[in-house]
Write a protein that binds this ligand. Structure first.
Ligand code: SF4
Length: 980
């Protein structure tokens, strides 16, 4: 606790900073002249990054100088990709600490706690430093150190054989956090393999699908800083998508008087900062959105001009109301009736929030006009059956207000993101991976990744070589013990390879564990929608950049990384060469130098070519400082390409593109040349070819050809012809789907468990090896309202409760709090890390040692030893004062695949009981047989593609797919046309 003196000092400091800022602003200056334009007193000006001097705190009171070279990189501890500056001690040649990079236009010098904690990951005593191969049965805990050559040769031989023998679908790379744009997809395309798998369907597919059906682009990019009203259906200020970059802009808007509305059943940190916190019954969020929309429609407070120009209302009338004239006036009459049932009273009954509160919120929204910024991400969209309608109904509000691509409104993300073209672009693979894109889920936003164990168990296929990358499916996914069962079955997965910096629950069951670098030890490029502009960031191995700055030549990132830690880009290039050593398979050429044909492509050339040829403005900017574009990016770490994208949809199609254009009766403009899929990377936001392979160029609006949106109609799709044609006409309009945890679907005594929320200072698997973060947050009690606690006989916080799911139960500590709605319990998913007895140490500060056994009633996990002090190369390991590291609740969840978006619907209908005799904290019981039954029940909800699908396709071609196979592969093969 600070004393009064300290408070006074801080107040005085604050006043001095504030006065200096005002004086600088009056002079038209910003404190920091770089892209951030933001003053934090400690930003080192970039001119001094070669020799930045600080006094050693340890030497105090002596004034001992420490000299640093400051090298930028990008944080890898969430998807925001904030800029970091590594302080490389020029005396030791090692990184001393990480702070924010003020040259980064997205994060503007700021970071959350996880950014500076990168140093913990670098110095983590438990990290994996050398390639390992298992030395006993899978999961037995035996490992032997091998060389990279041994690992590469063994894997290359397997993959080469699979390719030659026509088993390309037995190769898969399963990615948790990509952290880059397109490198892995490019590698797989070069192998001719449709083997990209992702984590997206356990994360954000629900949120994405709702936006995709409206805009043809799957993410919103809210211009928070300029908004008048910000409407969030997630804990956005503490852990939302693009958390720190968005949170600082939301804070900026609040300082300017913006109102913040937060829908979150739990009192999140975000909710505490809201002007209106709505704690709805889980699953009722879409009903609230529709009540707000109905208010806008009923009171005429929508933007008629925008709706007339940009909604596909004419298509809707033509297809769904054929008895009406196709006029906007007729549409408005219909619109007035469509949502009439969504009164405030109806939404109140569904959500449990008073109608008068909803009415007040709706009035605030109505006053926002085109300065209405919104976001919906994991949260409700990831929790509920039909959760994708949460984001679809949210964007309905934006679309009614005309707050689309406006200052303070919400943009399609692709307009605020930039993906450069790489040096080589391989063609689309000539195979279709049914294990990821099965016929049952033709509209799935991403790969049906979490169903993989069930598909393998059913014999739908097998995997020869399965890579995981920044991914821990046993721990992250629902139904982790079904994952463990297939990972330990060599007839289903022939060889499992974990590319990871740290041990995790899935790596224990791998055949090879290959050490990869953390955020300051690897190369990637990335660009994310964080404001109305476009930037590109460069993650780089900072010691490589530092040593190159002194004139040293580094040719392999292993030369600077600890132990034999590598980076994936160099690994994939090397592996590809070994798969195709003589180039006869046609793979090697995509990994060869252009400057020196026949030689291996190096990362310097890969990124040098990209920055030179694919990033507008960068070569000129670098030249102005006498640098190559690559040298400039190594020096500053991020480049702002543009600011103020504005309303791209309103741009006129250039006359040259219209010369031979075809215009359909509905006004869709196709460019004159027929362009089927010719490359697997197209500019972000460019319309995908339609089912005939035509590339849309625009749409006619009031007689003018404009760019429009990358949807089939070119307009915002209020009515989705795709949903209607693919078997879901009843959900073609924004609407309300009652969740699987709707009160009407709960059995007597059941409660809803919210299991999706993040903690601000942890991130899934990889932050467990950051000791500072572990000290801040290490457990996940079950939030329970006092009335529920009293009813259930849970007397005090810390009492054990048993939470029963459909397939088992877990035992956790209760946290009695009014921060959760009665009838609902909540538990964060970050905790409950474990290691098996006799296995590698893992993360000593966050992993409990467990015993896992299988009996007649299924699996049982018991704690053998909690986390605690231990010996390691880091003395802090002896200072671990906590032992409670939470419970791995996800093991007890069955899969709940949404039949449309493919999203795993995380919310659980549970029974909460006081602990039963013999229960211990952390106990888990799971019946994977029951898990299989639940999987089959949800599979029955699907409406599969087959012979009757539009165009005989497996999936609409215009929907996104991270790696697209060749166009002809979209057709359902003759033998599969019978609907399953
Ligand atoms: S929000 Fe935090 S964890 Fe995420 S990239 Fe930024 S600093 Fe890293």
């Amino acid at each position: 606790m600070r004393g009064r003196g300290a408070d006074a000092d801080l107040d005085a400091l604050g006043q001095r900073v504030s006065a200096a800022r005002h004086a600088a602003q009056a002079r038209g200056e910003t404190f920091y002249q770089g892209p951030s334009g933001v003053h934090l007193a400690a930003f080192p000006p970039k001119e001094r990054w070669d020799d930045w001097v600080e006094l050693s705190s340890r030497a105090w009171p002596a004034r001992q100088e420490r000299h640093y070279m400051l090298v930028p990189t990008t944080c890898f501890n969430c998807e925001s990709a904030c800029g970091l500056l590594a302080y490389v001690d020029t005396g030791t040649g090692q990184v001393r600490k990480f702070e924010g990079n003020p040259e980064h236009p997205g994060s503007r010098g700021r970071n959350c706690a996880k950014g500076p904690a990168t140093i913990n990951q670098v110095t983590d005593p438990d990290r994996i430093l050398y390639p390992l191969r298992r030395s006993g049965p899978r999961g037995s805990g035996g490992w032997e150190r091998i060389s990279w050559d041994e690992a590469l040769d063994a894997l290359a031989a397997r993959i080469r054989a699979a390719i030659i023998e026509g088993r390309r679908n037995e190769i898969m790379i399963h990615i948790g956090r990509p952290g880059e744009d397109g490198f892995t997809e490019r590698v797989l395309a070069s192998w001719g393999v449709d083997g990209h798998n992702s984590h997206t369907n356990v994360c954000s597919s629900g949120g994405r699908s709702g936006f995709q059906f409206w805009m043809g682009i799957d993410r919103p990019s809210p211009d928070h800083a300029n908004a008048k009203v910000i409407y969030l259906i997630s804990a956005h200020l503490e852990s939302g998508h693009y958390f720190n970059p968005h949170a600082q802009r939301i804070t900026q808007a609040r300082q300017n008087g913006a109102k913040v509305i937060v829908l979150d059943t739990r009192l999140s940190n975000t909710a505490t900062h809201a002007d209106y916190w709505l704690s709805p019954q889980p699953g009722s969020e879409a009903a609230i959105n529709l009540a707000v929309a109905n208010h806008l429609i009923r009171t005429g407070r929508y933007d008629r001009t925008f709706v007339r120009r940009w909604w596909n209302w004419a298509e809707y009338l033509t297809e769904c109301q054929p008895h009406l004239p196709v006029t906007f006036e007729a549409f408005e009459e219909v619109l007035a009736t469509l949502y009439a049932e969504f009164t405030f009273e109806y939404a109140a009954a569904e959500s449990g929030i008073e109608a008068c509160v909803l009415a007040e919120v709706a009035e605030v929204v109505a006053g926002a006009g085109t300065r209405f910024a919104c976001h919906s991400w994991r949260s409700a969209a990831a929790g509920n059956l039909g959760g994708w309608q949460v984001s679809r109904t949210l964007f309905l509000i934006s679309a009614l207000l005309g707050a689309v691509a406006t200052e303070g409104g919400t943009f399609p993300n692709a307009w605020n993101k930039f993906v450069p073209r790489p040096i080589h672009v391989p063609p689309h693979p000539g195979v279709w991976q049914e294990l990821s894109w099965p016929l049952e889920y033709p509209l799935a936003q991403n790969e049906m990744s979490f169903l993989l164990p069930h598909f393998l168990a059913e014999g739908r296929g097998k995997l020869d070589t399965y890579f995981t990358r920044v991914y821990n499916p046993v721990w992250t996914n629902p139904d982790g013990l079904s994952w463990m069962e297939v990972l330990t079955d060599e007839s289903k997965i022939g060889c499992a390879v974990a590319l990871t910096p740290t041990w995790n629950e899935s790596a224990y069951f791998a055949d090879y564990v290959l050490p990869m670098g953390v955020g300051s030890e690897r190369h990637d490029t990335h660009s994310y929608e964080q404001y109305d502009g476009q930037w590109i960031g460069f993650r780089q191995p900072v010691l490589r950049a530092a040593r190159e700055r002194t004139g040293e030549m580094i040719t392999d990132t292993r030369q600077v990384n600890p132990g034999e830690v590598w980076e994936e880009n160099e690994f994939w290039i090397e592996l590809s060469w070994r798969i195709d050593p003589d180039g006869s398979l046609g793979i090697r050429r995509y990994h060869e130098s252009r400057a020196h044909p026949g030689e291996k492509l190096m990362v310097d050339e890969y990124y040098g070519w990209m920055f030179e040829n694919s990033v507008p403005g960068l070569p000129e900017r670098a030249a102005a400082e006498g640098m190559t574009p690559l040298a400039w990016m190594r020096r500053y770490g991020a480049f702002e390409i543009s600011r103020g994208q504005g309303a791209v949809h309103e741009q006129e199609v250039p006359a040259g593109e219209l010369a031979e254009a075809a215009i359909t009766p509905t006004g869709r403009v196709y460019s004159g040349t027929r362009k089927p899929f010719s490359a697997n990377i197209v500019p972000m936001g460019a319309p995908e070819p339609d089912d005939l392979g035509r590339r849309p160029a625009g749409v006619m609006v009031d007689g003018v050809a404009r760019r429009g949106f990358p949807t089939p109609s070119g307009r915002l799709e209020f009515w989705s012809a795709t949903l209607a044609a693919w078997g879901w006409p009843e959900h073609a309009l924004p609407g309300y789907i009652k969740s699987h945890v709707h009160p009407g679907n709960l059995a007597p005594g059941q409660m809803v468990l919210l299991s999706t929320f993040r903690l601000p200072t942890q991130i899934h698997t990889r932050s467990a090896n950051a000791k500072w973060l572990d000290e801040l947050a290490h457990t996940n009690p079950v939030w329970i309202h006092p009335t529920d606690a009293a009813r259930l006989g849970v007397r005090r916080t810390g009492d054990l409760v048993r939470v029963e799911t459909e397939i088992g139960y877990f035992v956790a500590k209760a946290w009695i709090t009014e921060g959760i709605r009665p009838g609902v319990v909540a538990c964060s998913h970050h905790m409950g890390r474990w290691r098996l007895e006799g296995g590698p140490r893992g993360a000593g500060a966050m992993m409990a040692t467990v015993a896992l056994r299988r009996g007649t009633e299924g699996w049982a996990m018991e704690r053998r030893a909690p986390a605690g002090p231990s010996a390691s190369s880091d003395p802090d390991s002896q200072r671990i004062w906590w032992s409670d590291t939470g419970v791995h609740q996800n093991l007890t969840f069955p899969v709940h695949p949404d039949p449309i978006s493919g999203m795993h619907c995380w919310h659980q209908a549970v029974r909460v009981l006081p602990a039963q005799p013999g229960d211990h904290h952390g106990d888990i019981a799971v019946d994977t047989g029951k898990a299989r039954e639940v999987y089959r029940e949800w599979l029955k909800l699907t409406r599969p593609a087959g012979g009757g699908s539009p165009g005989g396709l497996r999936r609409p071609t215009w929907l996104m797919r991270p790696l697209k196979p060749a166009h002809e592969l979209f057709r359902v093969p003759r033998q599969e046309r019978a609907v399953r």
